[in-house]
Design a protein around this ligand. Structure first.
Ligand SMILES: [Zn+2]
Ligand SMILES: [Zn+2]
Length: 157
């Protein structure tokens, strides 16, 4: 048995959430079929205390974006980004989106799915699409995840 709801003292039961979403700087993130504890009044709690942080680590991990081409960063003071394919400078604003699905397998939790729709920059020369950097995309994904949590009002305890 899990401990009762911190808001209403009701019993908390494990259930699977409907998809929820967050957005930051043109990056959209949605979480599908995430297990969570819910009381009869609909108050939500993560299934364990580290769960939220583990999910944040996943969306920030370079490993998560290993299949996405990354621009070559140049310039010390004013950053410029060049195509990893042909080295032409990339446009300053995103030209489209690329979708990446992530399998979230955190501890003993039932696996669930994240979909990250990230802004990409298409090279005017060779047409290759890339992200500016894994750090930049990871940071956007981190904030988008935080917005997603807030949107459904879920808490660690
Ligand atoms: Zn409650
Ligand atoms: Zn190119």
């Amino acid at each position: 048995m899990s401990k009762p709801c911190s808001k209403c003292k009701g019993e908390m039961l494990l259930s699977i959430l409907d998809p929820f979403h967050g957005e930051q700087g043109g990056l959209k993130l949605s979480v599908h079929e995430m297990p969570s504890l819910i009381c009869t009044q609909g108050h939500k709690r993560f299934i364990h205390i580290e769960f939220a942080a583990q999910l944040m680590d996943l969306v920030m991990s370079p490993e998560t974006y290993r299949d996405i081409p990354v621009a070559v960063k140049k310039g010390l003071f004013k950053k410029r980004y060049h195509c990893p394919g042909c080295d032409l400078e990339l446009p300053e604003s995103p030209t489209g989106h690329k979708t990446q699905e992530l399998a979230a397998e955190l501890g003993k939790a039932q696996p669930f799915k994240l979909v990250v729709d990230m802004p990409v920059f298409r090279c005017g020369g060779c047409g290759k699409e890339s992200i500016h950097s894994v750090e930049e995309t990871g940071k956007l994904a981190f904030k988008a995840t935080d917005h997603a949590y807030r949107s459904i009002d879920i808490h660690p305890s």
